[in-house]
Design a protein around this ligand. Sequence first.
Ligand SMILES: [Zn+2]
Length: 260
Amino acid sequence: MWVMYVDESGTPGDRESRYFVMAGVAVFERSMLGLSRALNTIQEKYIPDYTGLLEFHASELRSPRGGTFWRDNVAREVREQILEEIGYAVANPSYLAWVKLFGVAIEKHFLDHDGESIYERALNELCRRFDIFLSRQHQRTRQPHLGMLIFDESQLQTETRQLMLSYRTGQHEWVTTGRIVEVPFFADSRDTRLLQAADYVAYALYRRYEHGDISLFDRISRAFDSDNGIIHGLKHIHSAFSTCLCPACLSRRLSQQPPD
Ligand SMILES: [Zn+2]
């Protein structure tokens, strides 16, 4: 069983920003505890006196709001070091076979022309890429690999709730291959390190595509699902595929295959 923790960055309906991003950290069942412990170790190393579980929220670590724990107690250099170590843990070379990253970055203006729901497109793309990965795992190992989705319940937007409800009640088509279990689950990111890892990936993607800041993305880019040099785990939906130099578009163009 592969469990994919899902988080998002940006707002689908916000006209002030160009991008909406959804990201997933898929972890094989046996490695879930190992990755959680690796993230716990970062807190123990840098904030040894704090006994509870401090939530790693990437945007707060980068730019904490006034009056928050991170702003009041942790120097900027330390927060940046923590961010760096979270990125290393998420894309640790020794975990690469058991931790796969997925992401969808949507240029909202581009989809406006199609009249398609940005959130729904992001979710469908993310699930499709996860499903492609599970299918490949099945072919390689000759054993079925199932997938499960876990969302951050504390961040759920109204549209998310409605979409999830429509999946549950059968009013909307969920992934139909049978590899992803039909009911998504929810957890609180304050209690779940692996949702915090998904938050890091979503923030890194948002910084990459919205602001051109590659500093966080470059630490994790190797962990996006890929096969034969093509990055299948990352989808960039926008109007300039033929010239874009991001790894997702570039790897697809160099393979001389059409965008999937
Ligand atoms: Zn691109």
